[in-house]
Design a protein around this ligand. Structure first.
Ligand code: SF4
Ligand code: SF4
Length: 316
């Protein structure tokens, strides 16, 4: 994620500068490493489209995070298994642009884990090799493979405003293709449209019904509605006192139970705390999952805005 203007401004104002202490000298909160449930894998930042809101600034030219390969993934899979992980999540960029995506998912499934692939279901996912690869994985592993397709809104106009003219129709066709192959599907939508949750779910329900898509829009696991990520907004720092005040348990944060594997262009793979922060060295925790199995100081606005105050989570 880019070190955007919001973070620069907050740091210029004295916030999120010191890993140990907040601006007013209070002890900064940390998330303990409780256990590894999900290992996220960033397959690379290249994407076939360039969305206005993309938090990691993916595009057809952004290869800041390079394609991870199966041989690079395998030692981390073994480590994740030994640590008791249950799930491997693949995100990007568009994961289906990585030629090893199906093989990596297969390796995770063969090892007995679940695999979740976040995809826009557009042309890279619909190429014959990707499509037949998914069908093969569904045959072998059933619903331990899950695909989560991004549909920003249940209408073409709003989805296309974020993702480009015509992208809704292409994504919908991809969703139907995956459904025809028997894949376990969920949809990721957004909540920025001035609708309440009930209205949004009703809109998606009508869409799914009219296209015979087997997705229950009332089930928050099948239709995941993400809050807006306003990176420019001010947000308070989180101190150790906040857990009591907010009645929150730091072990519920994503970074208490997951890590993400990345490969920076020209570098060896490394492990970061979570899917939300990839460009801040404080959150790059080591070359192995073992090295990365330690507490994370919440020294970034995203920790406050999205996780502690917003309740964000990437996992299903
Ligand atoms: S499809 Fe996803 S990864 Fe690609 S640009 Fe859009 S939000 Fe980013
Ligand atoms: S942004 Fe990442 S490091 Fe910060 S609290 Fe959320 S999951 Fe943890």
């Amino acid at each position: 994620m880019a070190d955007g203007a919001g973070l620069t401004r907050l740091r210029a104002g004295g916030k999120f500068l010191d890993a140990e202490f907040t601006k007013d000298g209070s002890a900064r909160a940390a998330a303990p490493f409780a256990r590894l449930e999900t290992l996220w894998v960033n397959t690379g930042t290249l994407c076939n489209i360039e969305c206005r809101h993309c938090y990691i600034e993916s595009s057809p030219t952004n290869d800041r995070l390079a394609y991870l390969t199966l041989p690079e993934f395998e030692p981390y899979l073994a480590e994740a298994l030994a640590m008791g992980a249950r799930e491997i999540g693949f995100t990007g960029g568009e994961p289906f642009m990585n030629a090893d995506l199906v093989a990596m998912a297969d390796a995770a499934l063969e090892a007995g884990l679940s695999a979740l692939v976040l995809t826009n279901a557009m042309r890279p996912a619909m190429r014959p090799a990707a499509r037949s690869g998914v069908a093969r994985l569904v045959q072998k592993h059933g619903d331990r493979l899950r695909l989560r397709v991004s549909l920003d809104h249940h209408t073409a106009a709003k989805h296309d405003a974020e993702r480009g003219e015509g992208s809704f129709a292409v994504a919908l066709a991809g969703l139907k293709g995956f459904a025809a192959d028997g894949a376990a599907l969920s949809v990721a939508g957004r909540t920025v449209w001035g609708e309440n949750e009930a209205q949004a779910r009703a809109g998606y329900a009508a869409l799914f019904s009219s296209h015979n898509l087997p997705i229950d829009a009332c089930d928050p696991q099948r239709l995941v509605l993400f809050p807006e990520m306003d990176e420019a907004a001010d947000t308070p720092e989180i101190t150790t006192q906040c857990w009591t005040i907010l009645k929150k348990d730091p072990r519920e944060l994503m970074c208490a139970t997951s890590r993400m594997l990345i490969k920076r262009k020209g570098a060896a793979p490394s492990v970061v705390a979570c899917t939300l922060i990839v460009d801040d060295p404080q959150f790059e925790l080591g070359a192995t999952l073992g090295e990365a199995a330690r507490a994370v100081k919440l020294n970034h606005p995203h920790c406050s805005r999205f996780c502690v105050l917003g309740g964000a989570s990437c996992s299903a």
